[in-house]
Ligand binder design. Sequence first.
Ligand code: CA
Length: 741
Amino acid sequence: MNKGVWVLILALIIGVVMFVGTDTSEPVQAPSSSSESALPEPTIGLIDDARIKAADDEPGNWLAYGRTYDETRFSPLTEINRESVKDLGLAWYKDMGTSRALEATPIVVDGIMFFTTSWSRVYAVDARTGDTLWSYDPEVPGEWARYACCDVVNRGVAVYQGRVYVGSLDGRLIALDAGTGAEIWQVDTLIDRERPYTVTGAPRVANGKVFIGNGGAEYGVRGYVTAYDAASGDQVWRFYTVPGDPSLPFESPEMEMAAKTWKGGEWWKVGGGGTVWNSIVYDPDFNQLYLGVGNGSPWTRVIRSPGGGDNLFLSSIVALDADTGEMNWYYQTTPGDNWDYTAVQDMALADWQIDGESRKVLLQAPKNGFFYMLDRKDGKLLAANPFATVTWATHVDLETGRPVENPDLDYQDKGKWVMPGPLGAHNWQAMSVDVDAGLVYIPAQDNPLFYEMTSEYKASGVYKYKPKGWNTGLEFGRLAQVMLDNIADQPMPKGYLKAFDPATGEDRWVVEIPHYWNGGVLGTEGGLVFQGNALGMFVAYDKATGEKLWEFNTYTSMLAPPISFELDGTQYVSILTGTGGADLFGGEPLPPVAEHASLTYNNYGRLLVFKVGGEAELPVPTVRDRSIPSREVAQLDIGSIARGEAAYNENCAVCHGFLARSGGSIPDLRRMTPETIALWNDIVLEGLWSANGMASFADALTEAQASDVLSYVKARAEEDRLVAGGEKEIPKMTWLTGAGE
Ligand code: CA
């Protein structure tokens, strides 16, 4: 490369740094280039297939989502170890200017960290200092937040051949120059922009292609994954995960086969589901791409496919030829999914010793509570052991490969507590695989749901599809009340970190955590397991025993997985803080789960980087004022409150929390000021605050219904004020039964 090009690159970098500033909390879009050919040859972010395949040769970098193509998330670094971890301290931190959930895995290459924050914003920062090199904001329309079941989150970028790839919440795949953040191309990955698709997962890269899926099954979409040419953005192939309208031609032989497993009903109108919103793993050994496929839409199978059937490829692991997108094999974890049991959880690849023989296996702990070990060559089931409390099935039959459902917990006629519930025995929060020890370190939970069909369906056999709303088929409108009515029988929610042997199903050690919704995990050759938890503690455990060796109070709940890297001979461990995700709709937990840190303080979106001897300090936050103002409820109409509860749960609860109790990152409506209440219709029906993510719900709520929701929120606020004052015990909405004031 000649001197002139270097000067040009330097000028570009300096220009962008000056343009962006050193550390803005509000990202600024870097200048974009209209033509690819005008760009200089990339010199930054030069990751390619060979480098990812040989990632163990450069353990100081974190080159891909799960570090290697195996996605085991296990760092070979050892400077931070059982002895030195006691001196681990904060090297630096960076406020990301958001209180929404942060879920990303940073990519670290050659001294630069690339990661995303809320609203699919991308940052490149100096890994030594945290100084922003560039940032990029895809300017997602604020109203798109309404389609995100689990907040405006993003799980990260892929860096490949000098480019940074990000999927935006509103369904675009964008390629940026790794050195400057300049946009090189963007494509619309959505087959139908009228459908409420979202993209929150990190793209994966291999063989000159970028792979991206999407989410939105609850809202009524049809899942698929697309491969794009990494250089040009041209589409290479697309694989649908569920069949479409049977009156139209099948897109592929796989869809013709899958359609035979859907019987009756009109699933294609609701979308069918099967979204691949998290895990896509490339396997260089077989040139295969594994898709982790999500739940059905709606959740309940009797509505989705009244004639029965397995409903392929819901809740499945599907192996494709990475070059053509043709299917090699599939394994379905939950045939005829009836519980929101996605199989989108992280998959890891390994060579595993089984009966003295080395097998090429795929490992996954999906929501349904069984830990699967498959042969990657043909998808043959090798093991399926429960890693948490499982009540929906008694076991998995290794001969047939199918789960044996528990008939006592069929909820078609009568509601039942089932474990796991839709938050899963394990969700997307990453596990770490320790191949040498033959163990996985897994953030697990026991977390039930009371599954009950809608009374409307039970009475009439009719299900009304709600476009752009949640479509579960359950008694969602009354879910909070149904849960409270049955709370005496509720199995207690619990959180764990486990060292688990997937071949035998044995727990090597178990650490119980006082809250269930905890962060991803990193294991290290230094003998440690790192995890950030709901209580705001970033903890290092001895990987042999589970003994806690070190902890650091971040004052913020965590979901994101830690990573480790090395620079100038110093090892670092890094994590993003800020909770949210699918547990938002739970809101404030009912007793006896401990309160999470983001509720006590605030949901501080930060990047934290630790090293031995680090001495930086986080500001100590004040405890949040959570007093609830008194509301005039005497004049509220009981009927309006009851109608408002149903409308609230159908439209508002997934973000603002069941019982109108926010989980901490979205405004708590019980604490609205009189000024906000005065703007109620402007906000709810006119979209006054849509830029912040609060879209108009005018297509879902009439003015009268909006007024009912306000009645409900006021009644809930007043009840909780009385609970807080010790005048009542548990929330019971006594307004509705006439037993209240
Ligand atoms: Ca789901």
